[in-house]
Design a protein around this ligand. Structure first.
Ligand code: HEC
Length: 159
């Protein structure tokens, strides 16, 4: 077994990356085949490579559509994308997700005031709760997290 193959199997490569390794090797193999067998089966191999490229292009477009524009995230999606970083473990003194004791005194302020804290920032929490979410997505994430701590806020709707 070559060193590089060994490293692939034993290294601490993140799963997502490792999952791409096999298809990549497959694609390279296809390209090599295309080079070797040009006279006999080049057509079908080239078709396969072209098809793989078409599939990849569709996948790429979908990823970009999901990242920019599109429908606003739900509270859960927004929370996972941005709030979990601090609120999952209670980093920097953030009230923890699902910790009713930590949320009870805050819930009384109401959804609007809590959303305002997240949008303007509060102590160690930066403005816009630290990132790229819209106001609507932030307010949904606030409702989602406060509800897990005992509140009964309705998920804010798009205007
Ligand atoms: C960089 C860490 C960090 C991130 C990211 C973060 N928060 Fe916070 N959050 C905090 C901290 C720290 C507090 C406690 C602030 C205080 O009361 O001193 C807090 C408090 C809050 C509060 C209570 C505010 C109040 O007035 O009592 C809400 C609501 C809140 N966060 C919502 C969110 C939402 C929603 C997101 C994601 C969109 C988010 N946070 C992302 C750190 C963070």
């Amino acid at each position: 077994m070559s060193d590089s193959a060994n490293a692939l199997q034993t290294g601490h490569t993140p799963t997502a990356r490792r999952n791409w390794t096999l298809p990549m090797i497959g694609a390279i193999g296809l390209l090599l085949l295309a080079g070797c067998n040009k006279s006999t089966s080049s057509n079908s191999v080239e078709e396969e490579v072209a098809q793989a490229r078409r599939i990849q292009r569709v996948g790429t477009v979908e990823l970009m559509a999901a990242a920019g524009g599109g429908a606003a995230k739900s509270g859960e999606e927004a929370w996972k994308a941005q709030c979990a970083a601090c609120h999952a473990a209670g980093a920097l003194g953030a009230p923890k997700m699902g910790d009713a004791a930590a949320w009870a005194p805050r819930i009384g302020a109401g959804l609007a005031a809590l959303t305002n804290s997240a949008l303007k920032g509060k102590n160690a929490m930066p403005p816009q709760a630290g990132g790229a979410l819209s106001d609507l997505e932030v307010s949904r994430a606030v409702a989602y997290m406060a509800n897990a701590g005992g509140a009964k806020f309705a998920e804010p709707k798009a205007q």
